[in-house]
Design a protein around this ligand. Structure first.
Ligand code: KIV
Ligand code: NA
Length: 274
């Protein structure tokens, strides 16, 4: 019997087999992710990889709802987590609850993710107390690219203590798991060892409780830039280029469509039965 994964299951996986997470934005990809992963994350990375935006800052609630619904339709056992977009939760815990509850109600996903450590702890506690399971996201938080000054590693040297404090703050606030993005591997290992909730790493080394990648990055579909932490498990962009080039050549040579793809004016008569 397929029981869907829930936030409590993820939390209780601490210290167990590694959690496998990928982003998903569409139903067909969600169906594949569902077969292999515990979590399909509807990341606000959708703005960059599917909509051509220069950062995640322009992503809207409407986009997250549309993609969230598509992903939830494709899942039967994995859990969907929906990213809260920039501007939808930072103002107050009340604003965060209003938008988080809308994401859950309109997509059917049982959890949301939001960026921020100590300064978002009050909001995480407010949401958790009111029935909204929260996955936290610390280290490099792309929605803060303009205050961070780029997509640099977060947590080297003096910064390490602050990232550890962020991790402890989101844990104490009730987050059921936490994404560690672009955090040095030793620090990610120490955070993982000190927390009672699973850490899910992206560019955070092998010592996290789970790993996440942006699906279009790992499939070779999004190639505008390639962070060091991305491993290409496929070259689907190249496969698409080759397929489209072959189609274009055949249309121009009138070798597509062939007779087998066309409808004859008169159906061939059936031969005598043997
Ligand atoms: O938006 C996203 O895809 C994410 C993951 C990279 C963690 O937040
Ligand atoms: Na995100």
């Amino acid at each position: 019997p397929l029981r869907p994964v829930l936030p409590a299951d993820i939390k209780s996986r601490k210290g167990g087999a590694p959690l496998v997470v990928l982003t998903a934005y569409t139903t067909p990809i969600a169906r594949i992710v569902d077969r292999h992963c515990e979590i399909a994350l509807v990341g606000d990375s959708v703005g960059m990889v599917l909509h051509g935006m220069p950062s995640t800052l322009g992503v809207t609630m409407e986009m997250m709802i549309l993609h969230g619904r598509a992903v939830v339709r494709g899942l039967s056992k994995a859990m969907a987590v929906i990213d809260m977009p920039f501007g939808s939760y930072e103002e107050s815990p009340q604003q965060a609850f209003r938008n988080a509850s809308r994401l859950m109600a309109e997509t059917g996903a049982p959890a949301v993710k939001l960026e921020g450590g100590q300064h978002m702890a009050e909001t995480i506690a407010f949401l958790t107390a009111r029935g909204v399971p929260v996955m936290a996201h610390i280290g490099l938080t792309p929605q803060s690219v303009n205050t961070l000054g780029g997509y640099k590693v977060v947590g080297r040297d003096d910064e390490a203590a602050r990232v550890l404090s962020d991790a402890k703050a989101v844990e104490a606030a009730g987050a059921f798991s936490v994404v560690l993005e672009k955090v040095p591997e030793g620090l990610a290992g120490r955070i993982t060892a000190q927390l009672s909730i699973p850490t899910i790493g992206i560019g955070a080394g092998v010592n996290c409780d789970g790993q996440v990648l942006v699906i279009d990055d790992m499939l070779g579909l999004f190639t505008d830039f390639r962070p060091k932490f991305v491993k290409r498990y496929g070259e689907l962009g190249q496969a698409a280029d080759e397929a489209i080039a072959a189609y274009a050549a055949e249309v121009r040579a009138r070798t597509f469509p062939a007779a087998e793809h066309a409808f004859p004016d008169v159906l061939p008569s059936k031969g005598p039965k043997s």
